[in-house]
Design a protein around this ligand. Structure first.
Ligand code: GDP
Length: 198
């Protein structure tokens, strides 16, 4: 898929205020600092579209971007930021859960995981919750440039076998690096394929 246009539409915390048209929606989520903003900017080829932040967890809103006037890319708040207070964490979890369960336009959720780390409990719990609720999702390993090919393959296999403990059929797993633009075509072609099939 070629990106012809990418524009910011709206930010909010209320699923009822998200765009009302019925364009398919692809949302991105992951722990703070996983590289979500960088990935969104890399995919859309717009440097400043999503706000990359030095401060983890700065984005607390559901952000809608309209791509090619055809589909929405949705930047969801990062989950599991330890330094946030319990109350704010719960409030954020509620926003995320409500969006994921209520948003009928949500076509696929991309769950970002840092390729350097062992699968984390918080990610596995979140993925389990998606499965229990029948939410279509894919996994995106980020920052692949930070590992050698051998290490990257080890990490990929580790993640897949962790998923295989709970899933008979594995979801798609994409390997990406925003710095090297790795995985861009695969991911965009995947979205295009789904859009065509709708
Ligand atoms: P977010 O909090 O998930 O939106 O993460 P950001 O996109 O703001 O990235 C967090 C940090 O990781 C920043 O310092 C980025 O420069 C760095 N980063 C993000 N993606 C990559 C990548 O593909 N490769 C490398 N080497 N660093 C990355």
């Amino acid at each position: 898929m070629k990106i012809k246009s990418a524009e910011f539409v709206i930010s909010n915390t209320d699923v009822n205020k998200c765009p009302a048209d019925n364009k398919p929606e692809y949302a991105f989520i992951g722990r703070s600092n996983v590289g979500k903003s960088s990935l969104i900017n890399m995919l859309t080829d717009h440097k400043g579209l999503a706000m990359t932040s030095q401060k983890p967890g700065k984005t607390l809103l559901i952000n809608h971007f309209l791509i090619n006037n055809e589909w929405y890319l949705v930047d969801l708040p990062g989950y599991g930021y330890a330094q946030r207070g319990a109350q704010q964490r719960e409030q954020l979890a509620k926003i995320i859960r409500t969006y994921i369960l209520k948003r009928e336009q949500l076509t696929n959720l991309f769950v970002l995981v840092d390729s350097r780390h062992e699968p984390q409990a918080i990610d596995m719990e979140f993925i389990r919750w998606l499965g229990e609720n029948g939410v279509p999702f894919s996994i995106v390993l980020t920052k692949s440039d930070k590992l050698s090919n051998t290490r990257l393959n080890e990490s990929l296999e580790r993640f897949k076998s962790k998923l295989a403990e709970e899933w008979e059929e594995l979801p798609p797993v994409f390997v990406t690096s925003s710095q090297q633009k790795t995985g861009r075509d695969n991911l965009l072609d995947y979205i295009e394929q789904i859009n065509r099939a709708l």
